[in-house]
Design a binder for this molecule. Sequence first.
Ligand code: SF4
Length: 315
Amino acid sequence: MKIKKNSIRLAPTDLGKHLSCRHLTGLDYLRAKGERKPQLPVLPLAETLQRLGEKHEADYVEHLKRSGRQIVQIRKPDEKVRDAELLAATVVAMKQGAEIIYQGALADDLFFGLPDFLRRMDEAGKPTGPDGFYRYEVLDTKLSRETRAGSVLQLAVYSHMLAQTQKSDLPARMIVVQPGGPDNAFQEDVYQTAHFSAFYRQVRARLVGSVAALDGGPLETEPDPVEHCNLCLWRADCYRFWKDADHLSLVAGITRLQRRVLVENGIETLAALAKLPVPLPQSFELKRGTMASLLRSREQARVQDRGRTELYFET
Ligand code: SF4
């Protein structure tokens, strides 16, 4: 996410991040406005994964070259080129029918991004798109064997921007290139674009709505732990919030559902859970989940709470 001269530019990854955590969208918005910075600017795990991802992408480029594919690279490393120039160069490459466009640029009224690869679907010399465009489909290299919702959303926004740029129908397919495959090189995970369009539009609308609400308004969300926290740049900031609030998420192994049930019953901190009488008061409403698992978390909270003031081990 970037804000320049009061105009916002969203990145395709903002969709997946918003899907994981609304609070993250708020923090990224404040960062883009220059009002907040993450306490830890670099997360070693995220950096390592990024390096491995870049290697996977570079290996795929080599694989394409060895297979004799013609590659036109739009954005070159260490080259400072304006977004508008990248977009224009991508359009030229699509009209000329480059077989593979590597690091091209696509945009619409809100999003700008560089899809890893655009692959020509038409035969050379036979463009079938409007205005002399060759038709393309979007490929993204991903290390993970399991494609996540965020990756599909990324491919979907690229596919929609591609259709808009070419004034054509949506490309039928979108493809994740993963390690592995029959020759132990790469395998393609193919998704039908139309199957994910409604999901993409829904998440996009939610993201755009959140950003609009943040424009001039306060940050109203609070951090709530999710899987993405492990890779999130704001992890240290959110952990500080949880620690200061003695947040229920500090209880090891507690689930989101249990936290919700506890908050509904007025138990909002680790200390309060540790002191919850057992058996639970009659007024306690357990609308979801099981009593046994809730009591396990209560016991865990008790052990952790006691360990804060004395050296204490359960035997
Ligand atoms: S650390 Fe977790 S809760 Fe905080 S912004 Fe990131 S994903 Fe959201």
